[in-house]
Each structure stands twice: as C-alpha cells, then as structure tokens.
Design a protein around this ligand. Sequence first.
Ligand SMILES: Nc1ncnc2c1ncn2[C@@H]1O[C@H](COP(=O)(O)OP(=O)(O)OP(=O)(O)O)[C@@H](O)[C@H]1O
Ligand SMILES: [Mg+2]
Length: 254
Amino acid sequence: MLRVEHLAKSFGGLHVLQDVDFDAAAGAVTALIGPNGAGKSTLVNLIGGVLRPDAGRVLLDGTDVTGLPSARMFDLGVARTFQVSGNVAQLNVFESVAVAAYRQARGYRAANAMARRELERFDLWRYRDERLGSVPSATLRLVDFARGMVSRPKVLLLDELMAGLTPHEVDVVVEQVRACRDEGVAIVMIEHVMQAVQALADHVVVLNQGRMIASGPLSEVSRDPEVISAYLGAPLGDGTPDAGPAPHPVAKGT
Ligand SMILES: Nc1ncnc2c1ncn2[C@@H]1O[C@H](COP(=O)(O)OP(=O)(O)OP(=O)(O)O)[C@@H](O)[C@H]1O
Ligand SMILES: [Mg+2]
C-alpha cells in the first residue's frame, strides 16, 4: 500500500531524516514513535507532500508519488491530521468536516451528505453547530479524525491524535481508529501515548535523531535496549496489546 524507501531530508546542514525505510500495509496501523525531535512529523510531512525529500521515494500502490504536492497526494488518497490542529476556530464542527469533503465530492449536496454520515458515525452529529474553538479537546480530536476519514482515504496520517486526552478518552478514540483500520485504511500514527500504541499498533517504527533504530511488532521493539534507552525508559509491561497500562504510559515526548 504505502512504501517509504530510503527517505532522507536535511534542513540546512541538519540531517533530520536519514535512510528511513518501511511499509505501511492496508488495514493495519503503523506507529511511528521516538523522542521529541526524532523526525516523526517531518517524515509524515514528506509522505503527505508537505515537504519534498532530498533522497528516497514514496510509493502508493506501487506508483512513485515522491514529491507530489499535498493537494495531489490528498486526491490520490493520502489524508492527514495535524499535530497542531490546523482547524479554524470560527468554523463549526459540520463546516470543518464538510470543507474536507468538498474536494472529494461532486457538489455541495454530496459533500454535506458525506459530512453528515461521517459525523454520525463518530457520534459527533449533536456537536454539528458548535464552533471548533468551544468543543472539548477529545471531541476536537474526533472531529479532526472525521475530517481525515471523510475523503475515504487509502492512507491516513495521524500526528499525535491522542495528545492531552484522558485514558478513557484515549479508549474512545482508539475504538474509532480500530474501526477505520478494519475498513482497510493504511494508518500511519505518530503517537507518544503508549496506551494507544499498545492497543493499536500492528507494526512499530522507532526513530531517533532521524534514523530508524528499530522496526517490528511492539513486543519486539519494546525489548530492544536501544529503544529503551533512547525512548521508552523501561520495558513496556509484557509488550503485548491489552497488557494494561505501561509503566511509562507517556514515554519521552509530549
Ligand atoms: N522547517 C524546519 N526547518 C529547520 N529545522 C526543522 C524544520 N522542521 C523540523 N526541523 C527540525 O527537525 C528535527 C525533527 O523535527 P520533527 O518535528 O520532525 O520531530 P518530531 O519527531 O515530530 O518531534 P515531536 O515529538 O516533538 O513532535 C528537529 O530538530 C526540528 O527542530
Ligand atoms: Mg512531531
């Protein structure tokens, strides 16, 4: 589905990413973890077409899409949420999702219907008239997620979707992510909240200082001494999903 080959990116002389290489399968969650400044958001920006790589390729269903602009990537089925919500606080919940649907839908009526369907599915319809600036943060995350899903993407890039949520709220959002994964979306999730990584990740890619230091199931990478010292601080429970809260539910990151 999504293949990242030997991606590299520098800003000035700073090598922010070097030789990053992994696949994100359809119907699976690929988690990108690592300490602050590891290059996770930069990687997602390269995949989403916000930035162009200096080297390497991005392949979507085998087609080279490296360096295409973000609008084109969106049309090809790569949607995303942002670490810092790009939402305009003056829009209401319905408008914000409908705006994301307009690009994909044929006409306003179809876009509005898509937005309604998505909001109902995420149990957000009752918030439709509220301004984004006034809804609680967990609800706003679900709205962001609904905006990402309304275009029926092949690949959904999530940047710290769970940040700042309570454990109960994380459970709610995890359920929604799982449902989208089960529809066959390839989900690439940057996440510091280990509760969500444990519950969702089929595959984990660990970045540190721009390099991939580990890649594999969480049960494996969480035992890797380099991953523990660079990021986790301590091994994670028994590393299996649903093993309960991690000793460090939020690892070294924000
Ligand atoms: N546009 C830019 N120009 C220069 N340096 C940048 C730019 N964007 C990111 N960087 C640098 O690249 C490095 C990686 O940043 P990035 O935001 O990708 O990290 P991250 O893993 O997402 O971190 P966090 O967990 O804090 O979100 C950092 O050192 C950052 O300062
Ligand atoms: Mg980031």
